[in-house]
Design a protein around this ligand. Sequence first.
Ligand SMILES: *[C@@H]1O[C@H](CO)[C@@H](O)[C@H](O)[C@H]1NC(C)=O
Length: 315
Amino acid sequence: MAAPEQGNQTSITEFVLLGFGTPPELQILLFLLFLLIYIATMAGNILIMVLVVTAQHLHTPMYLFLGNLSCLETCYTSTILPRLLASVLTGDRTISVTGCFIQYYIFGSLTAAECLLLSVMSYDRYLAIVKPLHYAAHMSGRSCLQLAAGSWVGGFLVNSITAVLISQLIFCGPNAIDHFFCDFIPLVKLSCNDHQQMEMLAFTVSFIFSLVPFLLTVMSYISIIATILRIPSTTGKQKAFSTCSSHLIVVTLYYGTLLIAYLFPTVHTLRDFKKVLSVVYTVLTPLINPLIYTLRNKEVKEALRKACRKCIFGH
Ligand SMILES: *[C@@H]1O[C@H](CO)[C@@H](O)[C@H](O)[C@H]1NC(C)=O
């Protein structure tokens, strides 16, 4: 009696992404809000990329990594927001199974790449502040390129493991995903496979994904802060701290929300709260990062001022 079972399995060709469960009269408000966020995120991150690539004095590892982070975040929001916007506008919340897997694969890979890049960025700050004499030797143009490329490639490679796991899942209905994009845990919850085993796997994978780079980042910052505290003069302390404070804010915000959202996959009572956290790390951090870096950073502001002058006066 294999035939009916098979029919059952193939009957699911699309999922329904339930989204936020907003009442219809608020849909247009939600649409405008996310549209505004999307435009601002793209504008801010593209501006940073352009500044980093064009301004000569920003061609240092720290800013090249920042440019890469902005590039990651432009892609990252683009895997989620355009689709979300379309579904809020048209009311069509379905997504094909293939589309869902592709969204998951790209989003998951970029998340992993972002974690890696954030730890690379904190390693860069660690070298600059804790081992300033070795900085030039350790952060040559070549190793900078290797670290940046390694984050991208590493993210996609590491996420291929979960992609293989996901492709093993069997979906036999229902097909409603209680989330606003296709993510690993909601998909596992929906499958007819052994949940316990799958959630354990999911836990292990997110553990490796986020916790290892997170711990590397925390360790870098512990030695950075210990070093800064040992600087005798107050101005020296402030100067050293100002070069890493923006990154520290970004890292705290990103990991804070990501870890809470992923490390407790089985706590059902936190479901709506976790949706809000997902909005923070998928939608709000990419919006806020360029703001943090441009508003808090003299060199980026200087590059921005120069670029504006060039645009307006032509020199
Ligand atoms: C990303 O990093 C590489 C290597 O450091 C650099 O050559 C490239 O310009 C960076 N990309 C952006 C958009 O900043």
